[in-house]
Design a protein around this ligand. Structure first.
Ligand code: CA
Length: 225
């Protein structure tokens, strides 16, 4: 899952990103308004943690930008501006949640999961496709009742494809979603092939040979009936 953390307090930014990376998220950062604006325009995120008091601009405007471009990202405002008016304004502008500083990191994590789940129309932490079961909280996958030993990247790719079930997902968007800013343009997509190949083998070995399809030259498709 890919997050953008917009926060100008370096210590807080470090603490949040250290914690969330350990929890398995891919984290990108922006430390002022123009930086955040550029990232929001050019990239897609599952969830954006947004401080309102930013250098060179008001975070509230970024919520409007996200709404204008019909972004699918969840938005959680993290702000010291904890007046009722700000809270209402943020939520009216389209934020999904509001957390006032200081906050507990495990609570932030729980809110992120809840927001992303809501955005994806999921009511539970379990995705179920025939004999395949994906437990998002525990990062576990079972096929025919057998737990699969997936690497972090294999799990992330599977969840990303499953969330976009029955749609072709391009290699570009997998790279963008899983590697984000750290994806070097000069790299080939070989490592995506490698991850998907291993993932497919593990699925096939456990009776799910049909669920991942290659769309030649374009990407992959998760088949859910
Ligand atoms: Ca700030």
């Amino acid at each position: 899952m890919k997050l953008l953390i917009v926060e100008d307090e370096q210590n807080l930014l470090n603490a949040i990103s250290r914690y969330l990376k350990r929890e398995g998220y891919l984290c990108e950062y922006a430390i002022d308004f123009p930086d955040a604006y550029k990232k929001i325009i050019n990239h897609e995120y599952d969830c954006i943690l947004l401080d309102l008091n930013l250098p060179k601009g008001d975070g509230m405007k970024l919520i409007r930008v996200l709404k204008e471009q019909e972004s699918g990202a969840g938005i959680i405002v993290i702000s010291a501006r904890d007046t009722a008016a700000d809270r209402v304004l943020g939520l009216n502008e389209g934020a999904d949640d509001f957390l006032s500083k200081p906050f507990n990191l495990s609570e932030l994590n729980a809110r992120i999961k809840a927001v992303v789940r809501r955005k994806n129309g999921q009511i539970s932490n379990v995705m179920h496709f025939g004999v395949l079961l994906i437990r998002l909280d525990e990062r576990l996958v079972e096929a025919n009742g057998v737990p699969l030993q997936l690497t972090k990247k294999e799990f992330d790719i599977l969840v990303y494809l499953a969330r976009n079930k029955n749609r072709v997902v391009t290699k570009d968007s997998i790279a963008e979603h899983l590697w984000g800013d750290y994806m070097d343009d000069t790299l080939s997509y070989d490592f995506i092939y490698a991850h998907v190949k291993n993932l497919r083998k593990k699925l096939a070995d456990n009776g799910c040979e049909e669920c991942l399809k290659t769309v030649y030259g374009i990407g992959y498709k998760f088949i859910a009936n």
